[in-house]
Design a protein around this ligand. Sequence first.
Ligand SMILES: [Zn+2]
Length: 89
Amino acid sequence: MTSTELRLRTCIGCRQRREQDKLFRCVYGDRGAVIDRNGAGRGVWLCGVECAQQALQTGAYAKAWRVEVDRNDIEEMIRSQVCAGTERV
Ligand SMILES: [Zn+2]
């Protein structure tokens, strides 16, 4: 078994390409912005909370999702990420 082909994704916050399993995925749907690794919809990838906030400032979500993004939705998503404790160092 080889795993030489790592799936690289670009973080929309810092714009760095990283391995998929080091990022978390966020999709925008009926419930607003949610962390969802496998869910349907257009996903964006983020390294962590800092990048999530950075992307908010640059308007990267609206560009990636092609929708008007409610700032509160993103902030709530960031909070839920912090509470879930899924951000590992
Ligand atoms: Zn990042």
